[in-house]
Design a protein around this ligand. Structure first.
Ligand SMILES: [Zn+2]
Length: 249
């Protein structure tokens, strides 16, 4: 069978238009939960980066405090050894104490360099900490309204789908059952598209292609699609083609 000649050709094209719209709406509705989950996941990642920034800052602050304590210890050591310096009479003991004091001073200098470095790092970490906190706050406000909008859309789509499906059922019930069955079978096998318009190439008048698979029509198919009340099987994808200007003029 290469063509279907029927006065119901138009009704079948209209049914396909309804089904295509319903499929698109159903797909948009089905995508909403995943979109909400993706928003929540992105927010969770942002919150995790905020915690990491806070932890990095706190670690630096602990290191700085630790170094400052060691500096205080070194200073105490220097004072203690300087007091002892005044009491010793022995030359060797005096030299040993001087050496201890020198070591303490060296250690203290090194620790002060570390503290200066840590202060710079703390400044940077603090900026990062504040920035991520602000980002989380901003994202949280946006997140709530985005999710609310998606939920509103979901409800709207669902109610539109319900009425579209009811109208579709009424339209389908007016079509001869045999023809409807053919249509449904092709639709099932072709991912939802049973009936597709044939398109004329604007650059090459008289050259037509299938709206389902975009393959060029054979000369015979090109004649068939111009017949009134006719649906023509595509030789490549087996969908039913029609010519808009023939069918609806
Ligand atoms: Zn085709």
């Amino acid at each position: 069978m290469e063509i279907i000649h029927t006065v119901e050709a138009k009704a079948l094209v209209e049914l396909q238009k309804r089904d295509t719209a319903i499929d698109a709406l159903a797909a948009r509705t089905a995508a909403i939960p995943a979109a909400i989950a993706a928003l929540n996941a992105a927010f969770a990642r942002k919150k995790a980066s905020m915690s990491a920034a806070r932890e990095a800052l706190q670690t630096l602050q602990v290191k700085k405090k630790d170094s400052e304590l060691k500096i205080a210890e070194a200073e105490e050591g220097i004072r203690k050894h300087q007091r002892e310096l005044n009491l010793v009479k022995d030359n060797n003991a005096f030299k040993a104490l001087l050496s201890e004091i020198e070591n303490d001073k060296k250690g203290k200098d090194e620790l002060e360099t570390v503290v200066l470095f840590l202060l710079e790092e703390i400044d940077k970490a603090s900026v990062q900490d504040k920035a991520t906190q602000a980002e989380v706050k901003q994202m949280e406000a946006g997140l709530k309204s985005e999710i609310a909008a998606l939920e509103v859309s979901s409800k709207e789509f669902s109610s539109k789908l319900e009425s579209a499906r009811a109208e579709r059922a009424a339209a389908a019930s007016a079509i001869t059952p045999d023809l409807l069955e053919k249509y449904e079978n092709i639709r099932t096998n072709r991912g939802g598209l049973a009936v597709a318009p044939a398109h004329e190439d604007p650059a090459t008048p008289g050259k037509f292609s299938c709206g389902g698979c975009h393959m060029s029509l054979t000369p015979q198919k090109t004649l068939d699609i111009k017949k009134t009340d006719t649906l023509t099987f595509c030789q490549d994808c087996r969908c039913l083609m029609y010519l808009e200007k023939t069918l609806f003029s």
